[in-house]
Design a protein around this ligand. Structure first.
Ligand code: HEM
Ligand code: HEM
Length: 219
């Protein structure tokens, strides 16, 4: 009888749940901020390259407001414990991240916008998978009270399933992020790389440069 009672007890220490929640909250905030930094860099680059500060200061103001507002909403989501505010800040953070990611569409920009989204290959896109895992982290923060309240354990199981998927997405972010790092040229290389004609697969600008260079070497 005693043996039966003991075998029912879990070997997992009782404080594991609260430790997991503490670390989980930091993980979720960290992922949202990582995404915002990932979105900030190309946004600033686009603003500077297209002289938007002079040409369209309203657009720049809106991007700054969106970024700071989303960051503030993420921090408030991290600190708040009330169900209603969790929903409000989770929704605000999620909308902010999506709008920043789709800024070319929001501001109806012509041609290539700031964010390299890989619309034609979304399954291997650092952007789409990054936004998806960010949304999963925001969702995890918002459903904490439900995990504890729900006696049927439905929310607990939903949480375990979607966050197991999030683990795979974290791994894939490491691969696609490293690939994108290799694909994005350094600032001083940009004018050569983007000067190439990708349809006809020629780099006349480079050939001319090298001709000038070898010419000057020869003389
Ligand atoms: C990749 C990240 C994560 C994974 C793989 C994960 C996985 C899990 C698993 C397997 C459980 C146990 C379910 C059970 O008891 O049957 C759990 C519980 C829980 N998780 Fe997560 N989780 C992650 C992130 C998070 C985040 C970001 C939060 C909150 C912001 C969170 C909050 C919780 C809470 C409150 C519980 C219940 C703990 C308790 O019983 O006291 N988790 N999680
Ligand atoms: C939790 C993990 C991560 C998340 C959620 C995440 C999310 C994002 C997001 C949303 C963007 C903006 C969209 C884009 O330009 O593609 C971005 C950009 C980027 N990320 Fe990540 N990322 C993560 C990890 C990494 C890692 C590990 C690396 C490098 C190995 C990396 C490298 C990059 C690069 C190079 C950019 C492009 C920046 C630019 O265009 O100037 N990321 N990330």
């Amino acid at each position: 009888m005693q043996l039966k009672e003991e075998s029912k007890k879990s070997g997992i220490p009782a404080n594991v749940g609260s430790e997991h929640l503490k670390i989980g909250r930091f993980l979720a905030l960290g992922v949202v901020l990582t995404s915002l930094i990932g979105l900030l860099h190309p946004s600033v680059k686009y603003i500077l390259k297209n002289q938007l500060l002079e040409k369209d200061p309203l657009q720049v103001t809106m991007i700054v407001l969106l970024l700071t507002g989303t960051m503030a909403a993420a921090v408030l989501l991290f600190v708040t414990r009330q169900k209603m505010w969790l929903i409000v800040f989770a929704a605000t953070t999620a909308v902010g991240v999506i709008l920043l990611g789709m800024q070319d569409w929001v501001f109806q920009r012509q041609g290539f916008g700031a964010i390299f989204r890989r619309d034609d290959a979304w399954l291997v896109s650092h952007f789409y998978l990054g936004i998806l895992v960010t949304l999963l982290m925001i969702f995890s923060m918002a459903i904490v009270p439900d995990i504890y309240k729900d006696r049927s354990q439905l929310w607990r199981n939903i949480h375990a399933i979607i966050n197991s998927f999030a683990l795979i997405l974290f791994l894939s972010q490491g691969f696609t992020g490293a690939r994108d790092l290799l694909e994005i040229p350094l600032g001083w290389q940009e004018k050569f790389v983007f000067g190439c004609d990708y349809t006809n697969k020629t780099c006349d600008n480079l050939i001319q440069k090298s001709a000038v260079w070898t010419g000057s070497q020869g003389s």
